[in-house]
Design a protein around this ligand. Structure first.
Ligand code: CP
Length: 306
């Protein structure tokens, strides 16, 4: 096995490496039976210190579909964390059992910290607090390529909770590497993109806007996000902001015929369910595509070939 690689943030892979993941994910999607034994004998540790539906289940399904097996926990209350065990001790222990790990943790930087304890097991960041969510980005890039056939020259509106929305932070980091993309950051003042992220896109073509209706007509992609209740200190503040944006039929009438609406999910109120049958709303397809991306990612980090 070559140098131990982890996937903590989008920049951990080059654009060329992402391209090879896209090709592999596409081939897995077209020829799944070719891959059904390529991780025979391998074990994935699924370490979820925070709730998840899509990320956890798609990783676990991904490993099962590759012929491997899964251990882990979906709730830290069922682990020895409750007895006071440190993250480092948990990881050193799990490394003795598994070939690859996936970690979601409420603390920003936890996945990066995890890499400090590991010597043989690649680890994948499945979301660290309000910071990064790179495998959602892999999912998102695969989705954008499928519906727009390119990752450059796109006008992308990010709408909602840009402060705590880690999927937005990771996707911006990935898309700013491609030429001629424009970002429209649509949020109330309280939920604007954090300063460290704004600094990262200083050289990029971006603007901030509060009114979605004012900007929707020019977008190629509208990336809606949930207001992240679990990251708010004040419940009253969350209640005040949670329904700031609701995408409905009236607003969608203003959008282009080929604009796509993406959402990392879960959705709360920010997209009306009436829109689910609109072919431009691709969020459930997006969630499914993520499984193929994660299959490709597991293969890459385990250096498995068919
Ligand atoms: N998109 C996403 O991370 O969803 P889950 O929280 O359900 O994993």
């Amino acid at each position: 096995m070559g140098r131990l690689r982890h996937f903590i943030q989008p920049q951990d892979f080059t654009i060329e490496e992402f391209e090879s993941l896209f090709r592999l994910a596409n081939d897995i999607l077209s020829n799944p039976s070719n891959y059904s034994h390529c991780c025979d004998g391998k074990i994935l540790a699924s370490l979820f210190f925070e709730p998840s539906t899509r990320t956890r289940l798609s990783f676990e399904t991904a490993m099962n579909r590759l012929g491997g097996r899964v251990i882990g926990f979906a709730d830290p209350a069922a682990s020895s964390t409750t007895k006071g065990e440190s993250l480092g001790d948990t990881l050193r222990t799990v490394e003795g059992y598994a070939d690859i790990g996936v970690i979601r943790h409420p603390k920003e930087g936890a996945a990066h910290l995890a890499t400090k304890y590991l010597t043989t097991m690649p680890i994948i960041n499945a979301g660290d607090g309000g910071h990064q969510h790179p495998t959602q980005t892999l999912t998102d890039l695969i989705t954008i390529r499928r519906f727009h056939q390119r990752l450059e020259g796109l006008k992308i509106g990010f709408c909602g909770d840009l402060k705590f929305g880690r999927t937005v932070h990771s996707l911006i980091r990935a898309l700013k590497r491609y030429p001629n993309n424009q970002f429209v950051l649509i949020s109330p003042e309280e939920l604007q993109l954090p300063e460290y992220m704004q600094n990262e896109i200083k050289e990029t073509n971006y603007c901030e806007e509060e009114d979605l209706s004012e900007v929707i007509e020019d977008l190629d992609i509208l990336y809606m996000t949930r207001v992240q209740k679990e990251r708010f200190v004040s419940e009253a503040e969350y209640e005040r902001l949670k329904d700031f944006y609701i995408l409905n039929e009236e607003k969608m009438k203003l959008a282009k015929e080929d604009m796509i609406v993406m959402h990392p999910l879960p959705r709360v109120n920010e997209i009306s369910q009436d829109l689910d049958s609109d072919p431009r709303c691709v969020y459930f397809k997006q969630a499914k595509l993520g499984m193929y991306g994660r299959m490709a990612l597991i293969m890459k980090l385990l250096e498995v070939e068919i």
